[in-house]
Design a protein around this ligand. Structure first.
Ligand code: IVH
Length: 583
């Protein structure tokens, strides 16, 4: 017994640490599947101990505190979690067989997709949105009404004239894979990259004000918490009714009768999930009859009438062939792992970023190692761990950390294991990446000038600074073997006076840490470029959401004469559009 108690204690501690890393730090320490297995193990061990002795156990609470500093409001009905299963045998034992006596009831089950986002509770009174709450601790949620009311999929007012007076709508806020890619590419600086779609949703919802970025988020309704009257007899018809109120529901919902049909639905989406525009991590099986759902009821954590049947985590093993070092726009040098190509959920991959050399040390990587790769959020490949037991002396080689920039050969500066190229735009890699940033949609947005063209122009030494780009001529472009019409289009686009908003102009300067969100906050605060150029540390401190590091990068950028000269040159080619100027 003492042994079991010790094990329970250890498991609880481990799970609490994982919860902290997942919910508070937003940096998961283990995969969802590993987490669910730990929880399942603990649940099994705790089965025979009395309830009062497990009140503080992670098996009893549903902590989803994402946004602790927001106003707290109680849910009308608790927002519970879901019990999980990972294989069809357990699905049968844990769930299906409990309902054996209903085996012949047609459409007894309902199958839905399990969206990988953030749960939300929307309260409508007389059809008007009153508030939107996160799950919080399951009983009290955090009020994020302001942010969620900007999401296009969430109606401020419901449609139709048969709406219950009080209606609590339950659903998931998620981000499409395309928007996830977009946000990681354009919105946030390298260091803040989100590792999966769920953490991107949390990141956006955490913003004090998501303003223009709310249109990157989507919403699906998957149920109702409280309604002052019955809406429907079946879960499937309830969702259809919600649709008539203007609430979006997924088109992938089925009602079914047998375990085989459930497995068929599961298998189909396990194979085809990569074709969906958003991430899912499994399916949810619910009992369709709402009256029966109420009879079956819930335990403290989850309803007994529903279960999540999760997909296995997308991990595969392969051989690490090489580590490349890549110089980025701001001179940061990132190690990139190159491995024998593997297919994960239908997509062939052979590269994964390692962020910085600490990651090499943390994983204790060696060339030739067998490594496990996971596609986080179905998008970014990541090395999860090294299979050390398969390491052999003759096949494993130490990774050599470079002393000189792989692009320009300048000396590398090592600042606490962050590697920087000491050259600036004389380093072709840095210059190429800066130009790519400069022409991008959130910066100057120059049509017909793309990444490939930029790379070729720099590689062939045709341009070596931004002004050279604006001064390009036919003769130079012909060196790239481009067609005459293409050349014409590029030149017309480059010679036209570019009109950009101040925040896009500021973003185009490529100041370290200054993403589009910070640029927008700064532009809103200063209104004109002149005001910004005159600024100092104390002024910048007054702006919401700018950290001390970013402030110091801005100040040192503005101190350099070359940068001011560059801005003045740019202004000959670019017209800045000012918002909010009273003339
Ligand atoms: S029903 C009372 N249906 O999964 C049961 N949940 O792991 C309420 N989720 O917090 C949940 N897709 O945010 C339900 N089709 C779906 C879902 C779904 C995603 C989330 C939900 C919940 C989590 C539990």
């Amino acid at each position: 017994m003492i042994k079991v108690n010790k094990l329970i204690h250890k498991l609880r501690e481990k799970i609490n640490i994982c919860n902290y890393k997942y919910y508070v730090l937003n940096k998961p320490a283990i995969t969802d599947q590993q987490y669910d297995l730990l929880l399942l193990k603990l649940e099994k061990l705790e089965r025979y101990i009395p309830l009062e002795k497990k009140q503080k156990s992670p098996t009893q609470n549903i902590n989803d505190s994402l946004l602790k500093h927001y106003k707290q409001i109680a849910h009308k009905t608790p927002m519970l979690s879901l019990q999980n299963t990972f294989n069809s045998q357990f699905l049968y034992k844990q769930f299906i067989c409990l309902y054996k006596k209903y085996i012949n009831y047609k459409n007894f089950f309902c199958c839905e997709l399990k969206f990988d986002g953030v749960a939300i509770n929307l309260l409508y009174i007389n059809g008007h949105l009153i508030h939107g709450l996160t799950r919080g601790n399951g009983y009290i949620g955090e009020d994020i009404t302001h942010n969620i009311s900007l999401i296009k999929d969430i109606p401020i007012k419901l449609k139709g004239n048969n709406i219950p007076q009080t209606l609590e709508v339950r659903g998931e806020i998620f981000i499409t894979k395309k928007n996830f890619y977009y946000i990681n590419q354009n919105f946030l600086m390298q260091k803040k990259k989100f590792c999966n779609t769920r953490s991107a949703v949390v990141g956006l919802l955490r913003m004090r004000n998501i303003n223009n970025y709310a249109n990157l988020l989507s919403f699906f309704c998957y149920g109702v918490g409280f309604a002052n009257r019955n809406i429907a007899c079946y879960h499937t018809t309830l969702l259809k009714q919600c649709k008539t109120y203007g609430l979006p529901i997924s088109s992938n919902i089925i009602s079914c009768t047998t375990l085989q049909e459930i497995i068929q639905f599961y298998d189909f989406f396990k194979t085809n999930r990569h074709k969906l525009s958003y991430d899912i991590d499994g399916i949810v099986i619910k009992i369709n009859d709402i009256f029966l759902q109420k009879q079956i009821g819930c335990n403290s954590r989850a309803p007994k009438w529903a279960i999540a049947y999760k997909f296995p985590s997308q991990e595969k093993s392969t051989i690490l062939k090489q580590i490349f070092f890549q110089t980025g726009r701001t001179g940061i040098i990132t190690p990139i792992a190159y491995f024998k190509s593997i297919k994960i959920s239908g997509v062939k991959i052979c590269y994964a970023t390692l962020y910085n050399i600490n990651e090499i040390y943390r994983l204790d990587l060696k060339i030739g190692d067998i490594i496990t790769i996971q596609r986080c959020g179905n998008v970014i490949p990541k090395i999860i761990h090294v299979v050390k037991s398969k390491r052999t002396k003759q096949h494993s080689n130490k990774i050599i950390i470079p002393q000189f920039c792989p692009s320009c050969n300048a000396k590398i500066i090592n600042n606490n294991n962050l590697l920087y190229c000491s050259a600036s735009f004389s380093c072709k890699a840095q210059f190429k990446e800066y130009l790519k940033h400069f022409i991008s949609r959130n910066a100057i947005n120059i049509k017909y000038v793309g990444k490939q063209l930029i790379y070729r122009l720099v590689e062939k030494n045709i341009i070596s600074n931004v002004m050279d780009l604006f001064a390009l001529n036919k003769k130079q472009l012909r060196l790239l073997n481009l067609g005459e019409t293409t050349i014409q289009k590029i030149l017309l686009s480059l010679y036209a006076k570019h009109k950009v908003y101040l925040h896009n102009f500021l973003f185009a300067l490529g100041i370290k840490n200054m993403g589009i969100v910070t640029s927008k906050n700064i532009a809103d605060h200063f209104v004109t470029l002149e005001n910004f150029l005159k600024t100092d540390k104390y002024h910048l401190l007054k702006i919401n959401g700018i950290g001390l590091k970013t402030i110091s990068y801005i100040c040192s950028f503005l101190k350099k004469k070359d940068n001011i000269q560059y801005i003045n040159l740019l202004r000959q080619k670019i017209d800045i559009i000012y918002l909010n100027i009273t003339q």
